[in-house]
Design a protein around this ligand. Structure first.
Ligand SMILES: Nc1nc2c(ncn2[C@@H]2O[C@H](COP(=O)(O)OP(=O)(O)OP(=O)(O)O)[C@@H](O)[C@H]2O)c(=O)[nH]1
Ligand SMILES: [Mg+2]
Length: 460
């Protein structure tokens, strides 16, 4: 038999026979009614099971807070690295452009310091007794400076690629000259596509990452590669080291420092490592979030949402199971970028005070990350005196152990004094660019948040 194309063969098969008797028809309808009843019962059972399953997945919300550059996005990257390693790796290529922008920015910092040194040394008669004494710049150094100016082109090409078609991504730099402003990004924009689009069909094992790249991006990378030797010479130049010292600029303490790895990160075949991604600096605007599912031991699975609030003060988020406040300890001698009258460590203390005393947040688990301990250690070892900036510290020993414990106690006392109700004080000394130690800390945080929230019946 042939069937016309617009006839449904199933409907045809289910059609009653043309010579059906009234009794046969009644029996057929009865049997169809029973079959439908059975089918409805099965559907109901399935819906019940699905709802029960949904209810058994608990939802946990965590908010990351802290001043700009405190390490919120880096902590979020660690959450991703631990809980969604595949997605993290898939975004690897997107970070290469950010690393390159970070390199160029560090070079601008050096050139800026050299320009200041040049201004001071060219008019010695104008200097007062308190003015800094810069060393004179050598002709080789001046030539190096000129040879590095094409980096501006590299920077523009990278920024173009990063901002292309996404109005939410903001470049704070004016067009006419390089300056030290940061590149920021609105987290609502899919900026990662801007870099990863060009990497889509990457055949890195065969052709290297540049194989399918857009010409403008390849040109920028080649230019950066061509400048690599000069950048290394600049960074290693003894006069530059002296100028930076007089300028009181420790580039290695600044966000997005890659100058000790110029050759590696400018190589044409360069792919950022996990460590590079954790160190890359891109300022966040707005709120970004990361969701993942966590299943520990015999526990029911938990859906986690971690919110990263770019540079924000205290936003009004309720229903948070935990707040992780990032307080960078190494910032004791720095002021806020947005307000030069405010010391960064004081600002973190104030933020902690506001959070612990908030009646709205009295049920949230508060977790303090005393962050950037690696930089604190290096800074103290380089001779910067803690007591000079934190005057209450006086002349206690200028070492990591004493300084960090002193600050921990300060935060603990505030928690005790200002909490509306007594609460546990969870604090960790962290260096969130170190993925190994951070993964252990985050595992412990995850465990604490689940245990305490279950105990308080807070999980939905
Ligand atoms: N050495 C060191 N660098 C860190 C540490 N934590 C964060 N950083 C770096 O500091 C820079 C700033 O960190 P982010 O995570 O971007 O800071 P943020 O709090 O998200 O800042 P905004 O987006 O401006 O709000 C990045 O380059 C990080 O790699 C740390 O413990 N040690
Ligand atoms: Mg951020």
């Amino acid at each position: 038999m042939t069937i016309a194309p617009d006839v449904d063969p199933l409907a045809l098969a289910l059609q009653p026979p043309p010579d059906e008797t009234p009794q046969a028809r009644e029996a057929r309808l009865q049997s169809e009614r029973e079959a439908k009843k059975r089918s409805d019962l099965i559907d109901e059972e399935l819906t019940r099971e699905r709802n029960a399953e949904k209810k058994s997945v608990k939802s946990v919300k965590v908010l990351l807070l802290g001043q700009s550059e405190s390490g919120k996005s880096t902590t979020l990257k660690n959450f991703q690295l631990i809980n969604s390693p595949k997605a993290f790796k898939a975004e690897r290529a997107s970070w290469r452009g950010v690393v390159h922008l970070n390199v160029v920015r560090s070079i601008w910092h050096i050139l800026n310091a050299l320009a200041t040194a040049e201004a001071y040394t060219s008019s010695p008669h104008l200097l007062g007794p308190d003015d800094p004494v810069y060393p004179p710049l050598t002709p080789e150094l001046l030539a190096l400076k000129m040879r590095l100016l094409p980096l501006r082109q590299v920077e523009m090409a990278l920024l173009d690629r990063l901002t292309h078609g996404h109005s939410g991504i903001k470049n704070e730099m004016p067009d006419d000259e390089p300056n030290l402003a940061e590149v920021s990004i609105n987290s609502a924009m899919p900026w990662k596509n801007a870099f990863s689009r060009i990497m889509k069909n990457l055949r890195s094992s065969v052709d290297g990452p540049e194989a399918n790249e857009a010409p403008d991006s390849r040109e920028a990378r080649e230019l950066l590669y061509a400048c690599a030797e000069d950048m290394v010479s600049l960074w290693n130049d003894p006069t530059v080291k002296r100028v930076l010292k007089v300028h009181r600029l420790r580039l290695e303490d600044l966000a997005g420092f890659f100058l000790d790895s110029i050759e590696r990160v400018t190589a044409l075949s360069y792919e950022p490592t996990d460590d590079d991604i954790l160190r890359a600096r891109l300022k966040t605007l707005g709120v970004s979030e990361h969701q993942f599912s966590l299943k520990a031991g015999n526990m029911v699975p938990h859906n986690w949402t971690v919110y990263d609030v770019g540079g924000a003060r205290v936003p009004y988020f309720d229903c948070m199971h935990a707040i992780i406040l990032l307080a960078p300890l190494s910032c004791f001698d720095q002021v806020l970028a947005e307000d030069e009258r405010v010391n960064r460590l004081e600002d973190s203390i104030l933020l902690w005070k506001i959070i612990v005393s908030s009646p709205l947040l009295k049920d949230a688990n508060l977790i303090l990350f005393l962050n950037k301990c690696d930089i604190l250690k290096a800074k103290l070892a380089s001779g910067v005196r803690f007591g000079q900036h934190v005057t209450s510290y006086g002349d206690r020993p200028n070492d990591f152990e004493n300084c960090s414990q002193y600050m921990k106690k300060k935060f603990a006392v505030i928690a005790k004094q200002y909490s509306p109700e007594p609460r546990a004080f969870y604090s960790y000394f962290t260096s969130v660019i170190d993925s190994q130690s951070t993964s252990n800390i985050l595992a412990s945080v995850q465990d604490t948040v689940i245990r305490r929230s279950l105990g308080k019946n807070q999980l939905l």
